[in-house]
Design a protein around this ligand. Structure first.
Ligand SMILES: Cc1cc2nc3c(=O)[nH]c(=O)nc-3n(C[C@H](O)[C@H](O)[C@H](O)COP(=O)(O)OP(=O)(O)OC[C@H]3O[C@@H](n4cnc5c(N)ncnc54)[C@H](O)[C@@H]3O)c2cc1C
Length: 354
């Protein structure tokens, strides 16, 4: 019998577990994936880590992120889209070159070492064995002393008990779990109605030996109505004298999940061609294109997320009804009181105190 079980080792779950460990509780984190971090995911090269999930934070208006970055001793640097021309592609594929890109206010800040450095800092506070990877929770029962949590691991089912449970995951995935006693239908619908922020999206990363778009006078930033990518930014990492030269672009797809899936094999070539159209022929020859499609990740998205909202949602705190509310707390970013959907929301929902 544990004091606390946390489901999900994303930023919210790691923050919640860290709190519990610091207050002397016996805590277990059950994570469906074979890695921690959740929507935080990095692609590592000899040069460093590129973000395939969240890449930006806004510490000037996000106090918890600011505190966590400070406490973790992480360095920040701004996203720069204003160091050259901006490319705009209309729906017919025509490209226009605008004199300069846009400076953001407040600037979107990137974390040196990638967003995984932040997740790793939270995970490092947990004693070995606390996080159980590849443990997908499928059912939760209310017991006299708290909760019994059933999870699958390598095709085996096991049940673990705890006094309290924190579900640090998107509400839509909570709705997919079996509750005994069952959640009333309107509560399940309430959970299903909360879109998981960015879950229907995908990111592409194009790696180069040098920033060839800069040589052509471009900042590496673009917007496209044609796709496959809809919004592109320079993803290059800050200089490091010990590492080989490398530069990168990243883009969010304009194409919806269905079209991405239908064109999956062709996407790297189509993306390279688009980058060439936008920034000149040299940019059309990346040495590698990496694609992370979140819509296909069952530990993030459900089918309904494929038609994800175009605009950021107004998220709010959600609780479960009796007999759950005393022992179970929802804690994913999408139930945060502020900055729901963002990393700041994950820290807030997870209970990180600055
Ligand atoms: C492409 C993309 C770009 C983004 N960009 C930004 C950005 O620039 N800035 C920003 O602030 N935010 C951004 N976000 C949003 C940000 O990633 C999220 O707000 C944040 O990571 C949510 O953390 P979380 O812990 O609440 O949820 P998650 O990271 O989703 O963690 C939930 C965890 O629960 C696990 N899980 C799910 N179901 C089960 C189960 N049944 N049993 C066990 N474990 C389970 C999952 O595997 C996962 O590890 C972006 C997201 C994406 C996908």
């Amino acid at each position: 019998m544990h004091d606390l079980i946390v489901v999900g080792a994303g930023l919210a779950g790691l923050a919640a577990a860290r709190n519990a460990v610091f207050s002397g509780q016996d805590v277990l984190v059950l994570e469906a994936r074979a890695r921690s971090g959740g929507r935080i995911l990095g692609h590592r090269t000899a040069r460093g880590v590129y973000d395939l999930g969240p890449g930006w934070v806004w510490p000037s208006m996000q106090p918890l992120i600011a505190a966590a970055v400070r406490q973790a001793g992480l360095a920040l640097y701004p996203q720069r889209d204003d160091r050259g021309a901006f490319a705009y592609q209309d729906a017919t594929g025509q490209v226009r070159r605008l004199a300069h890109g846009f400076a953001q206010e407040p600037p979107s800040m990137r974390i040196m070492g990638g967003m995984t450095a932040l997740a790793d800092w939270f995970a490092a506070a947990l004693p070995a064995g606390v996080v159980k990877l590849e443990h997908r929770v499928i059912a939760v029962s209310r017991t006299a002393k708290g909760v019994a949590v059933t999870c699958e691991q390598s095709g085996r089912e096991m049940t673990l008990e705890a006094s309290r449970l924190i579900l640090a995951m998107p509400p839509r995935l909570v709705a997919a779990m079996e509750f005994t006693p069952a959640l009333p239908a309107h509560h399940v619908n309430q959970l299903l109605a909360v879109p998981t922020w960015m879950a229907g999206h995908a990111k592409a990363l194009a790696l180069y030996d040098s920033p060839v778009w800069q040589a052509a006078g471009f900042a590496g930033a673009a917007a496209s109505q044609a796709g496959p990518l809809g919004e592109i930014h320079d993803a290059s990492l800050p200089g490091s004298p010990d590492a080989p030269d490398e530069a990168a672009l990243f883009g969010f797809f304009a194409w919806p999940a269905g079209l991405r899936a239908a064109q999956k094999a062709a996407l790297p070539g189509l993306i390279a061609a688009q980058l060439g159209q936008l920034f000149g022929p040299e940019s059309g020859r990346p040495r590698e294109v990496i694609i992370q499609d979140w819509a296909g990740e069952t530990a993030t998205a459900i089918l309904a997320d494929r038609q994800g909202p175009a605009q950021h949602q107004h998220y709010r705190v959600l609780t479960l009804p009796a007999p759950w509310q005393d022992v179970v707390r929802l804690a994913g970013s999408e139930v945060a009181a502020e900055f729901g959907g963002y990393l700041e929301g994950a820290l807030s929902a997870g209970g990180f105190v600055s």
